[in-house]
Design a binder for this molecule. Structure first.
Ligand code: SF4
Ligand code: FES
Length: 239
């Protein structure tokens, strides 16, 4: 028999073993997230999906659903906290949306709009990170990487290649490429690989196409992220 919890007062059924995120997604309810993609094992790193489970903060993508629990998700308090997290992500890298091909199809940007972020409140770090355009089909801009590890999980678990890895910890953490030169062009990344199209932001971008969809018709121009869902659900029409 199915069990239930409430999400902002709505009754959500779940099966044993499902997380709060799994059950909410299956019920068509939106919990903001960045590092989660239901195709891959949950990672629990971005904390954007933090909800209150019986008053205690947990990551919805990793916390198991509990029968009879009360879960708070879309509250002013949690929206404020998510906005702060997003601001920190924006100032940590160089997310210059008007100059980014992913604009309008980017989950970080769409979530910022969803959470009411209009300008960052912290000082930008403006790190100087390289851009790797050595691959014939992709360019990788490390300035936009939010370290969600989706490409790491996709390359390892879906493609069986482990082209990507995170090296270092804390402020030193960065995306690394497994190839003799450390460059993407020497790696085994193929354009059909799942890792090539899983990035929720504009860090891994295809070459030979640019600003293909006019402003006003891009994925998150048409619908907010809470309705449109993840950008990788729209792989064919979002680039
Ligand atoms: Fe995530 Fe994209 Fe960075 Fe990979 S390159 S860790 S998918 S943001
Ligand atoms: Fe849950 Fe990132 S989506 S921690």
């Amino acid at each position: 028999m199915l069990k239930h919890f409430t999400l902002d007062g709505k009754r959500i059924p779940f099966a044993e073993g499902q997380t709060i995120m799994d059950a909410a997604m299956a019920a068509g309810e939106y919990i903001p997230h960045l590092c989660h993609n239901p195709e891959f094992a949950p990672h629990g790193s971005c904390r954007v999906c933090t909800v209150k489970l019986n008053g205690r903060r947990v990551a919805a993508c990793t916390a198991p659903a509990l029968d009879g629990a009360e879960v708070e998700n879309d509250t002013d308090e949690l929206r404020d906290e998510r906005r702060t997290l997003l601001q920190l992500l924006f100032i940590e890298g160089n997310h210059i949306c008007p100059a980014c091909d992913k604009s309008g199809n980017c989950q970080l940007q769409a979530l910022a709009y969803y959470c009411g972020m209009t300008a960052p409140e912290f000082t930008h770090r403006y790190p100087l990170r390289p851009l790797d355009a050595s691959h014939p089909d992709f360019v990788i801009d490390f300035n936009r990487c939010i370290l969600c590890e989706l490409c790491v999980r996709a390359s390892r678990d879906a493609d069986g290649k482990s082209v990507f890895a995170i090296h270092g910890r804390g402020i030193q953490a960065h995306l690394a490429i497994d190839s003799p030169s450390g460059k993407l062009g020497d790696s085994k990344l193929h354009k059909e690989d799942r890792a090539a199209s899983v990035c929720p932001v504009g860090a891994i971008l295809p070459k030979h196409t640019g600003y293909a969809v006019p402003i006003g018709e891009r994925l998150y121009d048409r619908k907010p992220i809470s309705v449109a869902g993840d950008v990788s659900d729209h792989r064919k029409d979002s680039s």
